[in-house]
Ligand binder design. Structure first.
Ligand code: AHR
Length: 552
């Protein structure tokens, strides 16, 4: 039996109808009607950090080479080597922050290999090389280092995202960490590394703020105990020059419900005094939704399901497993409070998403690539809503991963490209960024299903609301694959003047976009024609919906 922690420790291995009416007290019933959503503007939860709409791009198989980077001499349209279609699409979702270069890759990466003249950069064995097929592209096995720090920062500038660099703690000394910061942030003309950066075309500093101190340090990032890692963290974070740019360090955190990692890390940090907490911006949490075995196993390999071949129970199991994210956030937050009652340190969920067994790759051979379907879009909406509901706890989140890997927003190969249903969800949810999250009550009948002979149930509607000026964004997930939920929506103490609704759904729960059929699953938007104190909307089965409502 193999759990994910052990695996990684081994090192490799149709829109509904809109009606308006007066607010009335509807009782939830089981026929799919009579659901209610009430938004409470007087109960703010905090400001939703744009950074929870962050991404993760690891140098892993087709993510960088073929995904983001095609090279300047490619026939694929590009901007200084970066795939142009990706730049055009990702701009639409306002990607606040992008994490690079790993993941497990980060703790094998020497940033110095990826700077200087491209033709002089070394080829190195990629962390993920042993998992590549014999016929895989050479760049997936032997990193040509053509996409290094300059190229990544250029990508971030192009898409208007902040870079989040993950430093190598397992195999490079602390000096390399602060020299990387020096390379990125020392002022023009100040240091030798600033001159090296200028010679590559960037005299002005990159001003990188977010720095991860290792990744999964309990496993591929060094196989540390939490106490050992905390000692390393203190050492790496102790003297790092700022050059006028505030640095926000992210500690490597737990996976899943590994409370003892969180507790052990903070206990050791505090042995040098409470002021140590001020050096930590956030602690990471990784959670992948992978176990679709319906409780039969906890084996990391055997427990996985298929991205495309699934039945109704598999759908609900993914939702149930994904919903665990909320209890993990609350649980780790509670453990963090034991050491940090003022919550100076926030949570950074810098890897999340579904993880299926191999076999559904858009580009056969791309490692960890899987085909995102409507199911993954619904899971993604549900997860983003969980983050939206905990704005005081979650400072950043990064979907794993941006392109050609796991919960991809985009798929690409050579000159082929498509936006996945997950990518569309990010576009729909962008309006939450920077909004004031409001407590919202969802009342709907539960979904009931048969879990291998045992009755199981799942909530019927959930979501999140945020307010900016007088504009309310309400995102709602209906996980029921057969029942539409006619729902009365009200905002306590306010009237709804006008609005629009955008819905992502499909009659086939397996629906997905491909290089050949790029628009099978796309959001549909329509305006709300008249105003009233409340609106009634039928959330279609298996859907993600955004309502944008102007209040008065
Ligand atoms: O996202 C793929 C891998 O999952 C990352 O490299 C690692 O951090 C995690 O185990």
């Amino acid at each position: 039996m193999m759990r994910r922690r052990e695996f990684v420790q081994k090192g490799i291995i149709g829109a509904g109808a809109l009606l308006f009416g007066q607010w009335s007290k509807l009782a939830a019933d089981s026929a799919g009607v009579g659901s209610r959503i009430e938004v409470l503007p007087n109960e703010p939860l905090g400001i939703i950090s744009p950074n929870i709409y962050g991404h993760f791009a690891e140098n892993l198989s087709g993510v960088v080479y073929d995904g983001m980077w095609v090279g300047e001499n490619s026939k694929v349209p590009n901007i200084h080597g970066v795939r142009k279609e990706l730049v055009d699409e990702i701009r639409k979702i306002k990607p606040a922050v992008v994490r690079f270069p790993g993941g497990c890759f980060a703790d094998s990466y020497d940033w110095k290999d990826g700077i200087g003249p491209a033709e002089k950069r070394p080829r190195r064995t990629n962390f993920w090389a042993e998992g590549e097929r014999p016929d895989a592209s050479a760049s997936h096995k032997y990193d040509p280092n053509q996409f290094g720090t300059n190229e990544f920062v250029r990508f971030c500038k192009l898409v208007e995202a902040e870079p989040y660099l993950a430093a190598n703690v397992r195999s490079l000394p602390a000096e390399d960490f602060y020299r990387w910061v020096e390379y990125c942030n020392s002022p023009a003309g100040s240091t030798t590394l600033a001159e090296t950066r200028a010679a590559a075309g960037s005299p002005e500093p990159f001003n990188v703020r977010y720095w991860g101190v290792g990744n999964e340090s309990w496993g591929c990032g060094g196989n540390f105990t939490p106490q050992e890692y905390a000692v390393e963290f203190r050492r790496y974070a102790t003297w790092v020059p700022e050059y006028g740019q505030k640095l926000s360090f992210i500690a490597s955190g737990a996976s899943d419900d590994n409370w003892s990692w969180t507790r052990g890390f903070f206990e050791e940090i505090l042995r040098k005094g409470k002021e140590q907490l001020r050096s930590i911006y956030g602690i990471a949490l990784h959670y992948y939704t992978w176990n679709l075995s319906r409780g039969a196993t906890k084996d990391w390999v055997k427990g996985k399901g298929d991205a495309l071949q699934f039945d109704a129970v598999d759908w609900y199991e993914l939702m149930r497993e994904g919903d665990v994210m909320e209890s993990l956030i609350k649980g780790h937050w509670q453990v963090m409070a034991e050491a940090d009652p003022e919550h100076l340190v926030k949570l950074v969920v810098d890897e999340w998403g579904p993880w299926y067994r191999p076999g559904s790759e858009a580009t056969p051979g791309d490692q960890l690539e899987q085909m995102p379907t409507l199911r993954d879009a619904v899971l993604s909406g549900m997860t983003l809503d969980i983050f939206n509901r905990h704005p005081e706890k979650v400072a950043m989140a990064n979907c794993a991963q941006l392109i050609n890997c796991l919960n991809s927003l985009y798929l690409a190969h050579e000159d082929k490209f498509c936006v996945t249903p997950v990518g569309h969800v990010f576009a729909m949810y962008a309006g939450h960024q920077g909004g004031k999250a409001l407590r919202t009550i969802f009342s709907a009948p539960n979904v009931s299903y048969d879990r291998d002979g045992k009755a199981a149930s799942f909530w019927g509607l959930n979501g999140a609301a945020s307010l900016q000026d007088k504009q309310l964004v309400l995102t709602v997930v209906n996980p029921d694959i057969t029942v539409g939920r006619e729902t009365e929506i009200g905002v306590r103490g306010a009237s709804i003047r006008s609005g629009s609704v955008t819905t992502l759904t499909h009659s086939d729960i397996h629906a997905h976009n491909t290089f050949e059929q790029r628009s099978v699953v796309t959001p549909q938007t329509k305006a709300l024609e008249k105003s009233g104190r409340t609106v009634t909307y039928t959330f279609p089965p298996a859907s993600v919906t955004k309502l944008t409502l102007a209040l008065e």
